[in-house]
Design a protein around this ligand. Sequence first.
Ligand SMILES: [Zn+2]
Length: 183
Amino acid sequence: MSDVTVHCQRCEARCKVDDLRNPDAKMLRRSKESWGLCINCAVHDWLRNTYPPNILLAQSGPKILLYPHIQQQFTDIMRVACADARPAEINWNIIVENWELPFPQKIKPSASNPCSQLELDEIASGKRPGLGCLGPVTPDPLGGKTTITSFEELNLLEPGMGDELKRTLDRTKNTRSPDDGQK
Ligand SMILES: [Zn+2]
């Protein structure tokens, strides 16, 4: 299996089918079939299906993903969720470059994601307000800082968003099976 190469269903990048899968992986699972998304598209797929990162990204655009501390937060999420993928495999520049490519599957609203594709599209195009009341924030709550390094700063930017993200991350941790870490 491991020498089979396939093309990503979304960006057509060549990827390897790897049979070394972690059965406990909660995100970015390796595909056992010879089809699926490449790692970069899979990361974007996770982001667009996870609230509130999906709303945050619809509002801000994908460029914030190029900030190292945002990437670090994602790496932390991958660790607690036992992701199959390794952070070094992710190419954030490609994710941002390919941001507008369509996905073969639509966003699935779920308990952890109340947003539909339509809502995210409308937020991205400015037709619908995002979380809370957006519009130009004056005065700038971050005093000109362009990087967010804590949940508290996220709260300053958008009341409640940092708390919501923290809750989502805690839920991700809590969905690990109880025997994790004992093997
Ligand atoms: Zn891809």
